[in-house]
Design a protein around this ligand. Structure first.
Ligand code: FES
Length: 200
């Protein structure tokens, strides 16, 4: 089994260990969390207790939801709005599986409180429709269990929005805040490269 894995890694020239070594995944995850914290620093402190009804703008529509001070945005998205694309893999956001856009920036929904998200423009993977990134993931078979996939799709979309013609090295570096336990990095990078080259 180990030989088979080694052969596969040799063939693709890329394996799980290379990904972690080369990418600094932990550092990037920390950067994403810092970005999340910074984005909410301008909100003035308020004392709120118990359940509150708030309006969240998600995928272009306003939704009335109920949230306690401890309720995360991820919980509201999944359990009240039935938007289950963002996944509850890591409460500290280190997996990147709950990546969404808040006011156009990639952030992890597991590290944002629902109350903090009121007044922000929230976009989930469900908003992408038939986006080229999604199509490329299908074409290049860029998933196994699929648990990390929505987070990766959002991360790739966000990165290519910033750098539409990104090189392979830039893509590898730009995706290092997301982790795939199944090790499908080679196909994910291939899918992202194809979109950067104008195809899918
Ligand atoms: S495909 Fe299973 S975690 Fe990425």
């Amino acid at each position: 089994m180990t030989d088979l894995k080694n052969k596969a890694a040799k063939k693709s020239g890329f394996n799980r260990r290379d990904f972690f070594r080369g990418s600094g995944a932990i550092a990037a995850a920390t950067a994403l969390q810092t970005q999340t914290a910074d984005a909410f620093q301008d909100q003035s402190p308020q004392i709120i207790s118990g359940e509150t009804t708030i309006t969240l703008n998600v995928n272009g529509k306003d939704h009335q939801v109920k949230a306690e001070p401890r309720t995360t945005l991820l919980e509201v998205l999944r359990y009240q709005l039935d938007l289950t694309g963002a996944k509850p893999v890591s409460s500290d956001g280190s997996s990147g599986a709950s990546t969404i856009f808040v006011d156009g920036k990639p952030m992890t929904a597991s590290t944002i409180l629902a109350l903090q998200a009121a007044g922000k423009k929230i976009e989930t993977v469900e908003s992408l429709g038939g986006d080229a990134v999604q199509q490329a993931f299908v074409k290049y078979d860029a998933e196994q269990c699929g648990f990390c996939t929505p987070g990766f799709v959002m991360a790739v979309r966000s990165f290519l929005n910033k750098k539409p013609n990104a090189s392979e090295a830039e893509i590898r570096s730009g995706l290092n805040g997301n982790i795939c336990r199944c090790g499908t990095y080679a196909n994910i990078v291939e899918a992202a490269i194809s979109v950067a080259k104008g195809g899918n």
